[in-house]
Design a binder for this molecule. Structure first.
Ligand code: FRU
Length: 485
């Protein structure tokens, strides 16, 4: 693909130059958020994988720092996680500052082996030293990767738990360690649910259930292809983790081998094309669980137009759980860093209303009464060409994007997101930045993220309201100095 002028997002992380994919090693150090990421220091394609590094105090404005962990001659540095070793269980600490430990996949360049390795930092995560006795966990597998480590706390004591995938077997493996160097296998989960692709980038964390004192465990599994919007997608399981085994709670008949026939029955973190490899931050309390995903899809990520840099991260999302009337738990997301909703919206008349837009912008719709005719929000460039169209009816939200300036057969697409039933008034939040749209609906219980990459950003939108529908909207232009956390 040739180089074209691509506008940089203002509210999403991009690297100054070259390729990025998955977020890695997200952690909060008490003052700053750290974002490491899969990065090719040498070009705009996937290769020479290393961990880039950026920091932020507000999860919106990021400062890129030097590469944290550089690829080697025989192995690349694939995805993984970071923990702060407050108790110096590794012995890497020098007694002054808690060592920051990266746990990553050493991926042999000749594709014969993937094993887990560690590197330590005694300067708060800026520079890392690879452990001399790497790897720390080798199953002799070619597709064992993406270790996410958490501190598991229980009455009997605390220890490290790693989740990592045997990607092709569609299995998440659970391991335990006292020192991050010696690992014992605990259990295995899968294959089940959505399995029409390989499993990647697992995550395991607790979330509070809104309005209760209850906590539930959540296992996140990215898969590619086979996602709900095709290509890369992210599913999750709500259940219990007892320190050894994860058991999903939304039990379906024969869940141990359950496989979706209809992907729309599944629990998806996102229903769009571009939300993959999402993982949570280490170092935040359970009521502040925050996740960032790579905003792309392996279907076309390598072929998208670029301007010397390629790839971006999603907005940071706060996560918790809600319990539905039928007793089923669902993840709810809230985009962090947005201004508060405005007091009252503008009622939209029946027919078409033109909405002038700067970019980035936040559009909030409140659909009070829905008729059987859909509400449509269309985005246009200044030359009046259509970029994409959002359609809201009583059962679902669709986002259809045009090919635009992207020359790839899989890019133009139409994503469907079923809405929860019995919700009454429907709130829809639409965050538009250069190159992307993030749609959160029904109090954050539904999320749909799509890239809108290319040279132009929307100049205006048109809101179509059918008779019998009652709707109000607000539009806020967002420049980053207007943002609060
Ligand atoms: C997911 C992934 C991971 C791997 C990394 C390599 O997008 O394929 O499984 O560790 O990207 O860059």
């Amino acid at each position: 693909t040739q180089q074209v002028a691509v506008k940089r997002p203002e509210l999403h992380f991009t690297a100054k130059k070259n390729w990025i994919n998955d977020p890695n090693g997200l952690f909060f150090d008490g003052k700053q958020y750290h974002l490491y990421f899969q990065h090719n220091p040498h070009g705009v394609g996937h290769g020479y994988m290393s961990w880039g590094h950026a920091v932020s105090t507000d999860l919106v404005n990021w400062e890129e720092l030097p590469i944290a962990i550089l690829h080697g001659d025989v192995a690349d540095i694939f995805s993984g996680s970071i923990v702060v070793d407050h108790e110096n269980t590794t012995g890497f600490g020098d007694g002054t500052i808690a060592p920051v430990i990266a746990i990553y996949t050493a991926a042999a360049k000749d594709e014969t082996n993937q094993s887990q390795a560690i590197a330590y930092s005694v300067d708060g995560g800026a520079t890392f030293t690879k452990y001399e006795n790497n790897p720390v966990l080798d199953r002799g597998s070619k597709d064992f990767r993406d270790p996410k480590v958490i501190r598991y706390e229980s009455a009997e004591g605390s220890y490290w738990v790693m989740v990592a995938v045997e990607a092709i077997e569609r299995r998440v493996l659970f391991y335990r360690s006292e020192n991050l160097k010696d690992w014992t296998e605990l259990s295995s989960f899968g294959p089940q649910a959505a399995v029409a692709g390989i499993w990647e980038c697992p995550d395991l964390f607790q979330l509070p259930v809104a309005g209760t004192d209850e906590l539930k465990w959540v296992l996140v599994v990215s898969l590619n292809p086979g996602g709900v919007a095709s290509g890369s997608g992210t599913q999750y399981f709500v259940g219990e983790f007892d320190g050894t085994t994860f058991t999903p709670e939304q039990v379906r008949p024969g869940w141990e081998s359950f496989e979706y026939k209809d992907l729309k029955q599944g629990d998806w973190l996102d229903w769009g094309r571009d939300f993959y490899a999402g993982v949570s931050f280490h170092g935040l309390p359970v009521d502040q669980q925050t996740l960032i995903a790579w905003m792309s899809n392996w279907d076309y990520a390598r072929q998208l137009p670029h301007d010397g840099w390629r790839g971006s991260m999603s907005a940071a999302r706060h996560l918790d759980l809600v319990k539905n009337n039928d007793g089923k738990f669902e993840i709810r997301q809230r985009i962090l860093g947005l201004p508060a909703a405005q007091e009252s919206g503008t009622p939209a008349p029946t027919g078409d209303t033109r909405i002038e837009l700067g970019c980035p912008a936040l559009i909030e719709l409140s659909v009070v009464e829905r008729s059987s005719d859909p509400t449509v929000l269309s985005f246009y460039r200044s030359d009046n060409s259509l970029i994409s169209e959002l359609t809201i009816d009583s059962e679902k939200i669709q986002h259809r994007r045009e090919t635009g300036k992207v020359d790839h057969e899989l890019y133009a697409s139409n994503q469907h997101m079923p809405l929860p039933t019995n919700i009454g008034k429907l709130g829809v939040q639409v965050l538009v930045d250069h190159g992307s749209i993030e749609i959160l609906a029904a109090d954050g219980r539904r999320s749909l993220t799509d890239q809108l990459t290319g040279e132009d950003s929307p100049a205006y939108a048109s809101l179509h309201v059918a008779s019998g529908t009652s709707i109000s909207f607000t539009v806020q232009q967002l420049s980053d100095n207007a943002l609060e956390i």
